[in-house]
Design a protein around this ligand. Structure first.
Ligand code: SF4
Length: 574
């Protein structure tokens, strides 16, 4: 097997999930991952492509996915067999705090001299604490690790001075923490490559297809994302990717955009290999009218046949939707109104009314939009249990209005803000002001919380309007209500709805049993009872509770790949 200079590893959220099952809850029901969050960040691909173009070999190993696919997969054996210049681990989403640190520990056990580098938004936020863990050698801060990582690898290889590496946090020989200046903050994303062909070549080179796949089930549903920008102009109260976070933690005062011509080319290259849907992350309107016009004109020229889904941060005008329809023959949209209640929505940071939301849905459907996905959330400022139930009623109103005569293009979803309110978000930084109470603040507290037997105890917050118990109860009640509506309006078959209802009730009952066990005073009795329950918990460790993953799927062709082109790319020389 060829040796890689850098091995990028993605851990499960909780390393031991195969042995110490827990009810991770419906935390990932509305994303492609399972509850152990096996999906690696898109940054793995841009880092790998960037470093390869600078002469480094990079291997990605999705350890989480390989563990998920086989109970017998031996992580330690794999780590022992590797011999790179350095290991890289993501701590982008905080839910990986336990998994990434545990994996780093295993790396150090077998390779005490090989540097372990962590990066991502959560790593950046907790850099000072993270660098103190003995299994962590370096933290790369900011939203653009590609170039700092290249410089760091150069230093590791040639043994130069670490002081010159931008965005680096490290420890000097005396054990003192050194925080280099956050000076690498690129103004655009034009020197990055979002070419998925690089991943395909790499999976052939290292003969490891499973280790390169982004999430479980991807081969059946090969959705890929493209990124118009890094950063955000908005300030939603619970979001750790909001404007102030990028400013305070990543040193970014404005989003960095990708040239529309390059973004359209990214989409065209993907469609060359894959026939699955392509998701344009973020809202392209963020970059202004001129950007939107140029991007859509470029996409139109490329005559993309794939379904393309666009994320919108707010309702869209008829003109904008018309431009999309004229450029993308098969388009879908995704909006997150968060709540039916305009006051709750405003408190969260989204200031628009239901009238404009509904007008957008109507316009989009009239213009041929293949699907409108609507995401609602539980755990918002000013949101009460009653308000959550009203949100479900509102979903019923929307479904009655738009999903009639066999039409099933509007799909509502609801999920809790879990397991964590994002560190660095406005609500996390000023909890009282936003009506939040925090249970965990430090990285170590979050790491330990992830080992709790149910997601109720993992939650790092409750609100002035809902206790942890109410957040949990409202989540399952809402799930039951929405499930019934989906059956009623044809989004789910009767049988599918029945299975989901049984699963939700099973999860509710297990949550109650965990609560009872935790009240047992005798530690040994408590542990024995918990161990007896774990077999039942394990089915909730690796699959959804509140909805089927299939529900999230935008349309895909039955032939999802262009195999000839994939093989040609995989065999191509570097
Ligand atoms: S949730 Fe709000 S702040 Fe966060 S990325 Fe989306 S629009 Fe930006």
């Amino acid at each position: 097997m060829p040796r890689a200079d850098l091995v990028l590893l993605h851990s499960p959220s909780v390393y031991d999930f195969r042995k110490k099952a827990a009810i991770y809850g419906p935390v990932s029901d509305v994303v492609p991952s399972t509850p152990i969050f096996e999906m690696y960040p898109i940054g793995f691909m841009t880092i790998a492509n960037y470093l390869k173009s600078s002469g480094y070999s990079v291997r990605i190993i999705n350890v989480a996915l390989r563990m998920l696919k086989s109970r017998r997969f031996d992580v330690e054996k794999l780590i022992r067999s590797l011999d790179p210049l350095a290991f890289g681990l993501d701590l982008h989403w905080l839910c990986h705090a336990q998994g990434s640190l545990e994996l780093a520990k295993i790396i150090k056990k077998y390779h005490p001299q090989t540097p372990v580098i962590l990066g991502g938004l959560s790593a950046s936020y907790y850099q000072q604490e993270l660098i103190l863990y003995p299994q962590v050698d370096y933290v790369i801060r900011g939203d653009s690790a590609e170039e700092p990582l290249r410089q760091l690898l150069e230093i590791i290889r040639r043994k130069g001075s670490l002081k010159s590496v931008p965005n680096l946090t490290w420890q000097d020989n005396g054990g003192g923490t050194r925080v280099n200046e956050l000076s690498y903050v690129p103004l655009d994303l034009d020197n990055l490559s979002f070419d998925y062909g690089g991943i395909m070549k790499s999976s052939a080179r290292y003969r490891d297809l499973a280790g390169h796949l982004p999430f479980r089930g991807w081969l059946n549903y090969p959705i890929v994302a493209v990124l118009p920008w890094r950063g955000c102009r908005n300030g939603c109260s619970t979001c750790g990717g909001a404007a102030h976070f990028y400013k305070n933690i990543c040193g970014r005062s404005l989003p960095a955009y990708r040239n529309p011509g390059l973004l359209a080319q990214d989409i065209a290259s993907i469609s060359h290999y894959l026939k699955g849907p392509i998701f344009i992350l973020g809202d392209i309107r963020q970059s202004g009218q001129e950007y939107v016009e140029r991007l859509l004109a470029e996409i139109k020229k490329k005559e993309i046949k794939n379904d393309i889904a666009l994320e919108l941060f707010s309702p869209a005008s008829k003109e904008f939707l018309g431009m999309i329809a004229a450029s993308i023959p098969k388009f879908s949209i995704e909006i997150s109104p968060e709540s039916h209640d305009e006051e709750v929505r405003r408190a969260f940071g989204r200031d628009y009314d239901n009238q404009s939301l509904e007008s957008s849905i109507e316009d989009a459907l009239r213009l041929g939009c293949r699907r409108v996905d609507l995401f609602f959330m539980i755990g918002l400022p000013r949101q009460t249990p009653e308000s959550v139930q009203q949100t479900i009623k509102y979903c019923g109103v929307l479904l009655r209005e738009y999903n009639k005569n066999g039409n099933t293009r509007v799909h509502p979803y609801i999920s809790p803000l879990a397991p964590f309110l994002d560190p660095g978000s406005l609500a996390f930084e000023n909890p009282e002001q936003h009506g939040y109470k925090l249970f965990h603040k430090t990285l170590e507290e979050h790491r330990q919380a992830l080992l709790a037997p149910s997601w109720k105890y993992m939650l790092n917050y409750e609100t002035e309007w809902m206790s942890r118990d109410e957040l949990v109860a409202s989540t399952y009640e809402a799930a039951l209500g929405l499930n019934r509506l989906k059956v009623k309006y044809g989004l789910l078959k009767q049988k599918e709805g029945r299975i989901i209802e049984i699963r939700i009730r099973d999860a509710m009952s297990l949550m109650r049993q965990v609560d009872e066990i935790l009240l047992v005073k005798n530690a040994q009795v408590r542990e024995d009872r918990m161990n007896r329950l774990r077999a039942r918990l394990s089915s909730f460790s690796s699959s959804s509770t509140m909805c089927k993953k299939k529900e999230l799927r935008w349309p895909v062709k039955s032939i999802r790949f262009n195999f000839f082109r994939i093989i040609r790319a995989a065999l191509a020389r570097k």
